[in-house]
Design a protein around this ligand. Structure first.
Ligand code: FES
Length: 107
């Protein structure tokens, strides 16, 4: 049996992600972080482009998540690093919430 690892995938129940926090979900070999900020769900690759730390457990503030290892900050919407403009961005993914189901579209 094959498991879907790209395209639009139901990843979580909206209540699985507490407001102001992130959670990690595994899709095949890939780790995806879902965050909830002001009631909206955001998705990004759960691997910091600096040195590979998980991002899901970083603190959220003002729509950014801070990597716990060295403090790079990433915008939840764009994935751009907000405190080091020349740093590489983290991949973000489109999110759709239908009822209580959170769908993420992965490349
Ligand atoms: S691993 Fe994330 S800032 Fe260094």
């Amino acid at each position: 049996m094959s498991v879907q690892t790209s395209g639009t995938i139901r990843l979580a129940n909206v209540d699985d992600i507490p407001e102001g926090q992130g959670r990690e979900f595994r899709v095949g070999e890939r780790f995806v972080a879902l965050f909830k900020h002001k009631g909206k769900v955001y998705a990004m690759e759960d691997v910091c482009p600096h040195a590979g730390a998980p991002l899901n457990n970083g603190p959220l503030y003002g729509g950014t998540v801070t990597c716990l290892w060295h403090g790079w900050k990433f915008n939840l919407q764009s994935g751009l690093c907000t405190n080091l403009p020349k740093a590489p961005p983290v991949s973000t993914y489109p999110v759709m919430v239908q009822g209580e189901d959170v769908y993420v579209t992965l490349p």
